[in-house]
Design a binder for this molecule. Structure first.
Ligand code: PBG
Length: 305
């Protein structure tokens, strides 16, 4: 009766990797319990998540062919577009698509390169095309994660012009240049081949800048604001909750999952108790929704399965 915050299955969003080069699902070495799906198995996995009452998935694609500009990201038959069509047909899940180029470029950067660094403005045009391709495939929400300046505005305009006014934008608004993304980059084959993402992702030392990034994304038309990573940034989640009246998401990233799994595997931490406490703390900080690799496991606990 005196509990202030409650976790519910409705709060959870399950990330899902789809790799079109795989013949069968493959477990991610540094993320026990998480597999990269084939296009066919993605639908089965989506059905399993829906069966647990998880409301939404966040899709990431690994294409067969990468090039300098990441053109598979907006190809109508690109890996994510195909996966979206199948999942849409096979389930009633809300489909969120990560919108970035790092999985699609041969150099692993989130945009096109000019003299070795990411060129903001030419990249925006490619994000716009990708948003339309994802919406045409059936995405309900697009989630731009590249941290280019002006990306939300360009994507909103492009979607509206193409008749996708109803497709929402979940903006990776305060996305830090975090060392906790390591396992994800293995799963998505998206590590930059040289350099890093510090020119566009945020410095973990900064708090005020996060508010500025979120304010900008909101003004550009974001429907949902996201903070990422989650546990190292609970202060940012709490501050944003106080500042903004829109739905807030927090992304408990691959490294957060990996460290809890590793400690649990060693018998150093109680797996279920630490999983549930980590998620509840993100909720308490102010997140309305939590993107987490624990989604299926936590759903089972919450349902009492
Ligand atoms: C970029 C993207 C990344 C993650 C989500 N979207 C990687 C990055 O910025 O390098 C990381 C998520 C995780 O670690 O779980 N497309």
């Amino acid at each position: 009766m005196v509990r202030e915050n409650m976790l519910s299955v409705d709060d959870l969003i399950a990330p899902m990797f789809v790799n079109e080069t795989l013949g069968r699902p493959a477990e991610v070495r540094s993320m026990p319990g998480i597999s990269v799906q084939t296009i066919a198995s993605a639908v089965e996995e989506a059905r399993r998540l829906e069966g647990l009452n998880i409301p939404a998935v966040l899709l990431f694609g690994v294409p067969e062919r990468k090039d300098e500009i990441g053109s598979q990201a907006w190809d109508p038959n690109g890996v994510v577009q195909r996966a979206v069509r199948y999942i849409k047909e096979g389930t009633g899940l809300t489909i969120i698509t990560d919108l970035c180029l790092c999985e699609y470029t041969s150099h692993g950067h989130c945009g096109v390169l000019n003299d070795g660094s990411v060129d903001n403005d030419p990249t925006l045009e490619l994000y716009a095309r990708t948003a339309i391709a994802q919406a045409e495939a059936g995405a309900d929400i697009v989630a731009p994660s590249g941290m280019m300046d002006g990306q939300v505005m360009v994507i909103r305009d492009a979607l509206d012009e193409a008749g996708f006014e109803h497709v929402a934008i979940m903006a990776y608004a305060a996305k830090y240049s975090s060392a906790f993304y390591g396992p994800f980059r293995d799963a998505a084959h998206s590590a930059p081949s040289s350099g890093d993402r510090r020119t566009h992702q945020m410095d973990p030392a900064n708090r005020r800048e996060a508010m500025r990034e979120m304010r900008a994304d909101l003004a550009e038309g974001a429907d949902i604001l996201m903070v990422k990573p989650a546990m190292p940034c609970l202060d940012i989640v709490a501050m944003a909750r106080g500042e903004f009246d829109v739905p807030m998401a927090a992304y408990q990233v691959s490294g957060e999952y990996a460290m809890l799994k590793a400690a649990a595997a060693n018998g150093w931490l109680d797996p279920e108790a630490t999983m549930m406490e980590s998620l509840l703390s993100i909720k308490r900080a102010g997140a309305d929704m939590i993107i987490t690799y624990f989604a299926a496991e936590a759903a089972k606990v919450l349902r009492g399965d």
